[in-house]
Design a protein around this ligand. Sequence first.
Ligand code: HSE
Length: 342
Amino acid sequence: MSYRLAFIGFGVVGQGFATLLRDKKEFLMAKFGLDYKVTAISDPVKGSVYQEEGFDLSKVLALVEESGNLDGYDKGVKGWDSLKTVNESNADVIVEVSPTNIENGEPGISHIRAALGKKKHVITTNKGPVALFYRELSELARKNNVAFMFEGTVLSGTPAINLALSTLAGADVQDIKGIMNGTTNYMLTKMAEGQSYDAVLAEAQKLGYAETKPDADVKGWDAQAKIVILANVVMGGDLKPNHVPTKGITEITLDDIAQAKKNGKKYRLIGHAWKESGVVRAEVSPALVGADDFLYHVSGVTNALTFATDALNKVTIVGPGAGKIETGFSLLTDFLSFHGAR
Ligand code: HSE
């Protein structure tokens, strides 16, 4: 089977996925009979190119790395905006990786509605549209008989959503708890080694972990979007982000962390969703954990999630929570899922 992909957004995650598509082309063909080309990229900062017969991905990636934009690409049509690219390109898979906006989901929500309406598959790591409009979008995808998949909205490429929806499908998930933001876990870990808040935030940005606006990480909004997605998608909840009491790490000082260390504790930013009289509730808050708590041992950009289920008791997954290739990998997971790879 052969697919044509269009990238809406070409930041860290988009480039991570494009790198995997370039490097794994022969492997994916040999193992799954998966064939593809990328025919369009539209990014508000890096520019946009549409080339019907497909790009040379090595050239595109090198160009963006060197010049920061696509202006020097010498083939194809330039200047299509994101919606024109979704609607008029020949792509049958839209890779929606524009920056997350948890307030109204734009511009991602418009891209996704348009793509699904045009009967194009959507794979995305964009948390805003899924946290705000999961039911509407999954219904729209179902009606149009296309895929709408978003593994990378939670724990980057570490299996979380698809694992819960498919492998754990027969279990009733009653509680989900864990560390679900890579940036803040990295920061808390480095601050416990004595580095300053500003220095470690800058490092997390440089490493490609932080959101475009890192306020979303440090104020807890990114974890808030993730716990809403898990609550609604996995536990059948009906939460909006503003239903979730949320506190970030901005008030935790180096002194607080040093004091905690003296007492054998660490700060961790924890997202939690649970059922209360049949209603799903959630919250995000920093907590002090001791060495007897598993989360004490989860450091750096690593995240961890525990699903409490009826049939299996607790199931915990641990893995990267952010990163260029790691998050790009989630899009490959989704792509392979709807291709039907096993
Ligand atoms: N900014 C996010 C994080 C990226 O640090 O977890 C992955 O969702």
